[in-house]
Design a protein around this ligand. Sequence first.
Ligand SMILES: Nc1ncnc2c1ncn2[C@@H]1O[C@H](COP(=O)(O)OP(=O)(O)OP(=O)(O)O)[C@@H](O)[C@H]1O
Ligand SMILES: [Mg+2]
Length: 488
Amino acid sequence: VVDRAGTVRGWNRWATTIFGWTDKEAMGRNFADLIIPARHRKLATARLVQLAQEPGEGEFVSRVDVTACRADGSEFPVELGVVRTEADDGDMLLLGFARDVTAERRAMRELETAQEQLRRSEELYRYVVELGSFIPWIADEDGSLLTIGQRWTEWTGTPVEAGLGEGWVGFVHPDDAPEVDATWQRAVRSGDRLEIDYRLRFAGGDYRWCRARTTKRTDVVAGAASWYGTLEDVHEHRLADEASRRAQAELSHVSRLSAMGAMASVIAHDLNQPLTAVAHYVRGCKQLLPTLAGDNRDAIAEAMEDADRGIVRAGDIVRRMREFVQRGTVECQAEDLAELVEEACRLALIDAPMRGVTHRLSANARCTVMVDRVQIQQVVVNLLRNAVEALKDQPRREIRISIGQEKPGYCEVAICDTGRGIPAEAAERMFDPFFTTRKDGMGIGLSISRMIIEAHGGTIWNDSKAGQGTTIRFTLPIASGHESPASS
Ligand SMILES: Nc1ncnc2c1ncn2[C@@H]1O[C@H](COP(=O)(O)OP(=O)(O)OP(=O)(O)O)[C@@H](O)[C@H]1O
Ligand SMILES: [Mg+2]
């Protein structure tokens, strides 16, 4: 309690507790000297005088937050309320109520800091969700969805409510639904974290691969939210993964094939010696034959003749195979196309008689082309092997190969078969790398053929007519100086 001059007239024990002065020490002294830091004293005294003079309506005149000081000089925040009252002698007194708000202020500051941190963290999560391609969701203990992020609507074109509860299950691809449901139920029962990929129906009806991840919060009471999860769009990743797996399988197949090629050249090389030896023996026998007497001599001579021809043919096959497999640099030379194609036929159609496939080669013009012999033979071999494949189990098994000059400056080779033909949708893609309809096919035969033909300045195309087997044609420029009068 102070009078209008600021002199302390009353001082209770709480004042002693707060400010550290005993009532004896305080009584009769100026309040400002006791509880206000020196730098604010003038102002505090002036304010008190003013308060005492103000006519003021009620008794309560002021409440302010001020910095006070204790007897030991330490400063602290107080909330100060002032009420006007009347002394027994009629003079006016001011009652001051001081409340130490140090702890309160500290708590307030901590709360503010915590709120700020919360706001920042919320902001961060909001950004993360907006930046990422996923939807956060929450489900209750029984696995029923309580909340889904707004992006659900963007993805599925349906309101968020459509996905709540068990609603989301209706958006899962029918083929994935049983596994997703079983896995989810298992997780709900065991409480184990879960991660599963499935296709989700997006707006417009297309399915996209999504990955659901969730983990259970164990600190929640029964009935409250307990599964926190995300649903992420991983469609592009999945496609890329699948493509890379397919590419890997194809690559390993290619490397097996190239290992085979290397082996073939070794086999061809090793066969050469025994074949040469057999040829010598056969010739030796033929020379000895006239010295023999007997009825069987002519028959043996004939058999020897056949054996000799067979050996020459075998040697030929082996030599051609070696040339075909062992490759050095690309060499373009003027080649007779008919001769080149004929040789390729012998190589590619070795097993034709066994398969009941007949072939006919016709050339209606003499064509000299500037090519890498082995590469063009590779093309012809690829086309003929495709034809042989297509003739499997067909009633008519014929291949027709024709060479001619359809367009000035170019030779054209056509390979026609009476096989099963190419369906329209396959025809569009047959020259694409890795397109195949065969179980053991690589799908590279035609794409390599096209590469080779185009590198030689020609074109290759499918010229089939529906229901008439398959016809593939390619052209090659005629070697300069070899143009026939008809084509120039
Ligand atoms: N003569 C043909 N008759 C019918 N379909 C054919 C014929 N030639 C090619 N095709 C179709 O084109 C596809 C691609 O042929 P391509 O030669 O590129 O590959 P592939 O024969 O399947 O395998 P590989 O790489 O072993 O040659 C074949 O799988 C087949 O479906
Ligand atoms: Mg092929």
